[in-house]
Every structure is written in C-alpha cells, then in structure tokens.
Design a binder for this molecule. Structure first.
Ligand code: MG
Length: 122
C-alpha cells in the first residue's frame, strides 16, 4: 500500500501523515509532495495506490493535478481524495467532476479520513 500525500503546507503534510499512521500505516507507506509538479514527478517514477491532495498549491494546484492524473500517465484510475479548505458546494462539484473519488474539508478528524479511505479503497 503506497499513499501519496500532496500539500504545500509541511505542517498539514505532517498532520495527514500522522493520521495515516494512526490508521495503522507506517512511514514507508507514504510519500509527500509539496505541489502538483512534485507529485506528478513521483507518480511518473513509482506506483501508488491512493492520492490525498490539497487544492490550493503553487506551481500546479490540486485540481490541475487531478485532471492531469485522470487524462495521462500510469495512474488514470487511482483513487484520489481531496483534502482542502475549499468546502463550498460548487468547489466540491468541480472537484468531483474533475475525477476525485472523495472530498474532505479541513480541519478533519482521524475518523473522517479513515471513513473516506475505507470508502475509496474497498
Ligand atoms: Mg494549500
């Protein structure tokens, strides 16, 4: 199981990583990227089972990353959960249309992430 965590905030990446570890995964089970460009590079180099991505990031934002993943490369069908402060209905619809499998609004609890992870992985 390999998880890709994408967020421009190192604090947020640490929080998400900690939650992922609370759910029983180890540090070896996830990689981190600070923007869509870095994430895309990692995706071109290794295989991943799920992407947890922020929306607002420099260089390539989360929405652009989702569209790119869904249209090119080796991870077209990979489950993607967007974790963002953009909690408005129209943002959620935009993200779902772009191809995210689920959506979490920050701040979130470990239970919420577990529920959404279980939902997209099973
Ligand atoms: Mg951000």
């Amino acid at each position: 199981m390999k998880i890709l965590i994408v967020d421009d905030s190192s604090t947020m990446r640490r929080i998400i990583g900690n939650v992922v570890m609370q759910l029983g995964f180890s540090k070896d089970d996830f990689d981190e990227a600070e923007d869509g460009v870095k994430a895309w590079k990692l995706l071109s180099e290794s295989a991943y089972d799920i992407i947890l991505t922020d929306w607002n990031m420099p260089n390539m934002n989360g929405l652009e990353l989702v569209k790119k993943v869904r249209s090119e490369g080796n991870h077209k069908k990979i489950p993607i959960i967007m974790i963002t402060t953009e909690g408005g209905k129209s943002e959620v619809i935009t993200a779902l249309k772009a191809g995210v499998n689920n959506y979490i609004v920050k701040p979130f609890s470990a239970e919420i992430l577990k529920e959404k992870l279980d939902g997209v992985l099973n």
